[in-house]
Design a protein around this ligand. Structure first.
Ligand code: SAH
Length: 566
C-alpha cells in the first residue's frame, strides 16, 4: 500500500491523480500533516509526500529504523517538477516509485543512490517507442542489476549499464515481437515504406496494404520512420492521410532520383505515368538498405485493379559521431552542449588526459577507448569505425576539437554513412586572451610551431607573412623538450617588424588549477619559460600594456588620437 499525503491545493490535485491511477494500491491520508505522515509511515510500505523534503525529513527522522524495514519515501515538489526518492531507494523501492510517479505526473525522477549518481537515461526518454516492463527494467538499471542489451538493429543509443546476460533485457528490434517478462523492447525508426498510388486511392486501401505487408513480414509498425514516394504524389490525399494516421512524414523524391535506383521489380506502368520504372521499391531503397518486402499490390474487395503498391526496406543504422571540444580545462568553460553530447554517447574516444578531465560526467556503461599522446590517426579511425557500427560516439579534444586537433583527421576518415555533429569549444588562444586582457581586439592569427606535421619552411613563411601583415600572433605548441629553437626563430622574425617593447603574453595552463600568466615584451621574453602547456601571444604594433593588461586597440586611429572611436 502507498500512503499519499499532501498539504496544499496543488499537492492535493497531484495526489488525486495518483490515487485515481492506482486506486488499488494507494490510500489518501487527510488531516493534520504530521499525524498523516506518522500514520502512513506505520501502515504503508511506501509513501508519496506532496511536501517539501525538509518537512518530510523532520517528520520521519524520529521514525526511521533501518533500510531493511523502513518504507520507501518519495517527495513531490509543489510545482510537480520532481519526484525525489528520499529514503528506502532500493529496499523500500523508492527509486522505482520515483520513476513511476514521475512518469504519471510528468515529473523528473530524482534518484541519488550510487548507481544513479551520474544519471541513467530513462528508457522512455530515449526518443524511441518503448514497450514492455519499463518500470521493472528501469528499477533493475537503477539498482545495478544485470540487464542485457540485445541489439538486433544497430541504432545509436546512449550508454546503458548492461551486462552480457541478465534476468532483464533491453531489446532493440523492428520485428513484431511481444516483449517477454522482464523485457523492454525499443523500436528504432529503421523501416522505410515505399508507396506508389493511382490518383484518388482511398486511405484505407493504402493503410491496409502497408499494415498487411508489415504483418506478413513480421515487422512492427512502430519502427516505420516514413512513407516514401515520388514527387508527383506528394499531395495525393490517400498517401498524405495514411502517413498522418501512421504518425510519420511522407517523404518524396524526383522521378529522376528514383529511376536511378536499382530495383528487382521495375515495370512499365509507372514509367509511363510518372517517369520512373519503380516508385515503391525505388523510394524505399533510395537511402540504401535491405529490401525486406518486395513490391506488392493492394487487394480490392470489388475486384477492381489495385490502386496502391508498397515495399519495405530496413535502412542501415546510421551511427553518430560527435566531435566535442572540452574547452581549456575549467569545468565551467565546458559548454552545456558538450556536456549533453558526452552523456548521449555510448562510446567515448580520446586522449587519456582529456578523458580524465570529464570522466565524472559520463553515464555508467559508457565504453571508453582512450589512448596516449601521439596515436591521433588511430583515435580518429577508431571513432569513425565505432560510428559506422551504428554507435553514438563522442570524440573529444581539449579547447576546440577542430583547432590543431581531432576533427580534421576524423572527418578525413568519415564517409557519408554516419551523422557528424561538431560542438565548438573555447580554444587556448581565447582562454589565454581573456587572462591577458584584450590582446585579440584586432586581426589575429594562430600559428602552431610544431614541425611534426608541417615542414619548418612552411611555418616560417607563415610567421613572416603575419609579421609583415602586422597581425597579432598566438603560438600554439610553442616549445617542447626536443623542439626548442623554433620559438626564438619565430620571435626574431616578428622582431624584424615590431618594436622590442611590443607586449607579449605568456599563459600556461589557462583556466586549469595551476594557471599562470606573464606579460612581457618581445625583447624580454625568455623562451626557456615556455613549454607545451603554454600559448604565447605577440601583440601587433599598436598593442599596449595598460594597467597590467594586454590591449590591442580596435582601430589604429585610436592609437593616434587616444580617443575611442566607438
Ligand atoms: N585543440 C586545442 C589545441 C591543441 S594543440 C585548443 O583548441 O586549444 C596543443 C597546444 O594548445 C598546447 O601545446 C598549448 O600551446 C595549447 N593549449 C591547449 N590548452 C591550453 C591551456 N589550457 N593553456 C595554455 N595553452 C593551451
Amino acid at each position: 500500500m502507498i500512503g499519499l499525503i499532501s498539504a496544499t491545493a496543488a499537492g492535493a490535485a497531484a495526489r488525486d491523480r495518483l490515487a485515481a491511477a492506482w486506486p488499488e494500491r494507494t490510500r489518501v491520508y487527510e488531516g493534520h500533516v504530521g499525524d498523516a505522515v506518522r500514520a502512513a509511515f506505520a501502515e504503508c510500505e511506501q509513501l508519496v509526500c506532496f511536501l517539501a523534503t525538509g518537512a518530510v525529513v523532520r517528520l520521519i527522522a524520529p521514525l526511521l529504523g533501518g533500510k531493511a524495514s523502513d518504507p520507501g519515501v518519495v517527495c513531490v515538489d509543489e510545482a510537480g517538477r520532481f519526484a525525489v526518492s528520499l529514503v528506502g531507494g532500493h529496499g523500500g523501492g523508492a527509486n522505482e516509485l520515483a520513476v513511476a510517479v514521475g512518469e504519471l505526473l510528468g515529473a523528473e525522477p530524482v534518484v541519488t543512490t550510487a548507481t544513479d549518481a551520474v544519471g541513467l537515461p530513462g528508457l522512455d526518454t530515449l526518443g524511441l517507442p518503448v514497450e514492455g516492463d519499463v518500470a521493472g527494467v528501469s528499477r533493475a538499471l537503477l539498482d545495478g542489476e544485470p540487464v542485457a542489451l540485445d541489439r538486433e538493429v544497430p541504432w545509436p543509443l546512449p550508454p546503458l549499464p548492461v551486462a552480457a546476460r541478465g534476468p532483464y533485457t533491453v531489446r532493440v528490434t523492428d520485428r513484431a515481437v511481444e516483449p517477454g517478462e522482464r523485457e523492454v523492447v525499443l523500436r528504432p525508426p529503421s523501416l522505410v515504406v515505399g508507396v506508389g498510388a493511382s490518383g484518388g486511392v482511398p486511405v484505407e486501401e493504402v493503410l491496409g496494404l502497408v499494415e498487411g505487408a508489415l504483418r506478413d513480414a513480421g515487422l512492427s509498425v512502430r519502427s516505420v520512420s516514413c512513407l516514401a514516394t515520388v514527387d508527383a504524389k506528394a499531395g495525393e490525399p490517400g498517401l498524405v492521410a495514411a502517413a498522418g494516421r501512421l504518425g510519420v512524414p511522407l517523404v518524396t523524391y524526383s522521378a529522376g532520383e528514383l529511376a536511378a535506383v536499382d530495383v528487382p521489380n521495375p515495370s512499365a506502368a509507372p514509367l509511363a505515368a510518372v517517369g520512373t520504372p519503380s516508385v515503391a521499391e525505388a523510394a524505399a531503397l533510395v537511402g540504401g538498405g535491405e529490401l525486406l518486402v518486395p513490391k506488392r499490390k493492394s487487394e480490392r474487395a470489388d475486384g477492381q485493379p489495385a490502386m496502391a503498391t508498397c515495399a519495405v526496406v530496413r535502412r542501415p543504422g546510421r551511427g553518430r559521431l560527435a566531435v566535442v571540444g572540452l574547452g581549456p580545462g575549467a569545468r565551467d568553460l565546458l559548454t552545456p552542449r558538450a556536456k549533453a553530447e558526452l552523456r548521449r554517447a555510448s562510446v567515448l574516444v580520446g586522449l587519456d588526459q582529456y578523458v580524465d578531465q570529464i570522466r565524472d560526467l559520463l553515464r555508467p556503461g559508457t565504453r571508453i577507448l582512450q589512448s596516449g599522446l601521439g596515436a591521433e590517426e588511430e583515435r580518429a579511425r577508431t571513432a569513425v569505425a565505432e560510428a559506422r557500427r551504428g554507435h553514438a560516439v563522442a570524440l573529444i579534444g581539449s579547447g576546440d576539437a577542430g583547432v590543431y586537433a581531432m576533427a580534421s583527421p576524423a572527418l578525413a576518415e568519415a564517409s557519408d554513412d554516419i551523422d557528424v555533429v561538431g560542438v565548438p569549444g573555447v580554444t587556448a588562444a581565447l582562454a589565454a586572451g581573456a587572462v591577458l586582457g584584450a590582446p585579440l581586439g584586432h586581426d589575429h592569427v594562430s600559428i602552431s610551431l610544431s614541425d611534426l606535421h608541417t615542414p619548418w619552411e612552411v611555418i616560417e613563411r607563415r610567421v613572416r607573412a603575419a609579421a609583415e601583415a602586422d597581425l597579432v600572433v598566438t603560438f600554439y605548441n610553442p616549445r617542447s623538450r626536443g623542439r626548442d629553437w623554433q620559438l626564438p626563430e619565430a620571435l626574431a622574425i616578428l622582431a624584424g617588424h615590431r618594436e622590442p617593447t611590443t607586449p607579449v603574453g605568456v599563459v600556461r595552463n589557462a583556466s586549469r588549477p595551476d594557471e599562470s600568466s606573464r606579460l612581457t615584451t618581445l625583447a624580454g621574453l625568455d623562451p626557456a619559460t615556455v613549454d607545451m602547456m603554454t600559448v604565447v601571444t605577440v601583440g601587433n604594433t599598436a598593442t599596449r600594456e595598460i594597467a597590467g593588461r594586454m590591449v590591442t586597440p580596435r582601430g589604429y586611429r585610436w592609437q593616434e588620437t587616444r580617443e575611442d572611436p566607438k
